[in-house]
Design a protein around this ligand. Structure first.
Ligand SMILES: Cc1ncc(COP(=O)(O)O)c(C=O)c1O
Length: 244
């Protein structure tokens, strides 16, 4: 892990403020945490962080590697929360699986970089950049992001129904757009890895994120019929774990 970071507990503004010193230059966070369990930071908290950055003259950096590029139903997740960062990272879906990473910044910040000051051997290679251009154009085409929002709402509704059917296993649903999670009851979390393995055997690839949720991040082109197929498999598999 890069050095120089201090970590603040989730959703604790006082703890975050306490970590700031004269040497603090920026606050970095995901607007919606992916790996640690699909946890949105929330509008109020993000707004408070933005205000803190403004009043203490700090830069706000959003890591949009997982939740950017259409995942939440807008091109960038921060658009859902009404808070704009000074710097933002992007990768993963940016070239739909081909290796690329990017850092975007407001002009006043971006001028700190000259051509070559952030170079890498394969950085900016033409094939991957061509793929990224196609991905961005596809995501910005008429109706694409609206369809992501619609399918995200549909998936969330299906997962909520599953949560109602299996109250001893599932607690509820949380997420934005096509990053949705079925949160597991504390007593059922021990079965998380086994549930994931069982789903995998049946051809469904999910992740047990943050040791507490079943994370669903289907391809943005997923169809409603495929979501139904997934829900039917999930229904069967959770049935196997009732009373386990
Ligand atoms: C939010 C977030 N940031 C950064 C990374 C790491 O990205 P990369 O492998 O492109 O360095 C990941 C990988 O899962 C991620 O989820």
């Amino acid at each position: 892990m890069p050095e120089g970071f201090r970590h603040a507990p989730f959703d604790d503004m006082a703890a975050l403020e306490n970590l700031i010193t004269d040497r603090t230059c920026a606050i970095l966070c995901e607007p919606l945490q992916g790996e640690s369990g699909v946890r949105p930071l929330g509008r109020e908290y993000l707004k408070a962080i933005r205000d803190l950055c403004d009043s203490r003259k700090l830069l706000l950096i959003f890591d949009e590697v997982q939740v950017g590029m259409g995942r939440t139903g807008t091109l960038f997740a921060y658009e859902q929360f009404g808070v704009t960062p000074d710097i933002m990272t992007s990768a993963k879906a940016l070239a739909n699986g081909l290796p690329i990473g990017a850092m975007l910044a407001r002009e006043e910040v971006a001028v700190a970089f000259d051509p070559g000051s952030h170079a890498s051997t394969f950085g900016g290679n033409p094939i991957v950049c061509a793929a990224a251009v196609v991905c961005v154009k596809t995501m910005l085409a008429e109706g694409f992001l609206a369809a992501v929002r619609e399918k995200g709402a549909y998936l969330a509704g299906c997962l909520a129904e599953i949560a109602r059917r299996y109250p001893t296993i599932a607690q509820g649903v949380r997420g934005v757009g096509l990053i949705q999670a079925l949160t597991l009851q504390p007593a059922a979390q021990v079965h998380g890895p086994a549930i994931i393995n069982r789903l995998f055997e049946k051809g469904v690839l999910l992740n047990f994120a943050g040791n507490s949720v079943l994370r669903c991040i289907p391809p943005l082109v997923v169809s409603k019929a495929e979501i139904d197929e997934f829900i039917a498999v999930l229904d069967k598999v959770l049935g196997e774990f009732v009373g386990a």
